[in-house]
Write a protein that binds this ligand. Structure first.
Ligand SMILES: [Fe+2]
Ligand SMILES: [Fe+2]
Length: 290
């Protein structure tokens, strides 16, 4: 479904009220921003049947790295990641509606990023189809959306979305890409590589705007001050921190040093990582967990 022209506001509303996936992935040829209107706060996005938020149980952890030899387990990972991408689409649409008075170039940047997140959903869907899995076959979770009530300003938006969740994906995309390749799944590995390249730009967008929004505090302290109380800084990294993609995103060495000093995320077990496997990841940046 392609429409020739649409206002950002209408596009965002349609994405958040869509109950079919095609509408979530709607991408007009030309997007305009002449009538951003008054702020609109959406409590929860509509979802296609069967794709609503489930409560995640302990049994629904991602399979551990050593079990990714099995294609069905790799498909489970891709399905979870596709769910994250769909949440990113929806949160970016949320931001377009919540911050109509933000600078036009900021809104344009979010719109561009949103389109790339839509493409990420499509890429995961295509790869999952090759593996015999349809998007929506497995449960989807609220995850990032839990933090949406905290996103009351563009500064908070870039702090939480770009500089925490997307920043952590620099590590996860790298690690899963390496893991998939180690089990001979080049297609899935290349997909993670493409996602990584895009996420580097998304983090860069967030960092540039954080600097624009920063006043007397430096960017690091501004970031810390704009995180939600239940979102510690360590959530901005995976179980290992990849320095190079952060440098490519334009983050200064000081930021990387500061982030390294934050504790390892307590959500490590949900990814089922085993320290001995991390040692096998072929990257000098990778430090063992123990
Ligand atoms: Fe993405
Ligand atoms: Fe992203």
């Amino acid at each position: 479904m392609t429409e020739p022209q649409m206002e950002l506001r209408e596009w965002a509303l349609r994405i958040l009220s869509a109950n079919v996936l095609e509408e979530k992935l709607l991408c007009p040829h030309v997007l305009t921003d002449e009538m951003p209107g008054a702020p609109v706060i959406i409590d929860e996005p509509a979802r296609p049947p069967g794709m609503g938020f489930h409560k995640r149980t302990k049994q629904q952890k991602l399979p551990p790295f050593q079990d990714l030899k099995k294609e069905e387990n790799r498909a489970i990972c891709l399905h979870r990641f596709a769910g994250h991408e769909l949440l990113a689409v929806e949160i970016m649409a949320y931001a377009l509606l919540a911050f109509p008075d933000a600078p036009k170039s900021f809104r344009k940047g979010i719109a561009h990023t949103l389109q790339e997140e839509q493409e990420h959903v499509r890429m995961y869907m295509r790869r999952m189809e090759e593996m015999g899995v349809h998007f929506g076959d497995l449960p989807l979770f609220r995850h990032f959306w839990n933090h949406v009530p905290h996103l009351t300003s563009p500064t908070r938006y870039v702090s939480v979305m770009s500089l925490t969740f997307e920043m952590a994906n620099l590590d996860f995309a790298t690690l899963y890409g390496k893991s998939f390749a180690s089990f001979g799944d080049e297609s899935s590995s290349q997909l993670m590589g493409k996602i990584l390249q895009d996420e580097i730009r998304h983090v860069s967008f967030g960092y540039r705007w954080l600097n624009n929004f920063t006043t007397e505090k430096g960017p690091w302290d501004t970031w810390i001050a704009n995180l939600a109380p239940d979102l510690p800084p360590k959530r901005a990294k995976g179980f290992v921190l990849m320095e190079e993609p952060r440098r490519m995103a334009g983050l200064p060495d000081e930021w990387i040093r500061n982030l390294k000093q934050e504790a390892i995320p307590s959500n490590v077990p949900q990814f089922g990582a085993k320290p001995q496997l991390l040692r096998n990841v072929d990257d000098p940046q990778v430090a063992p967990l123990d």
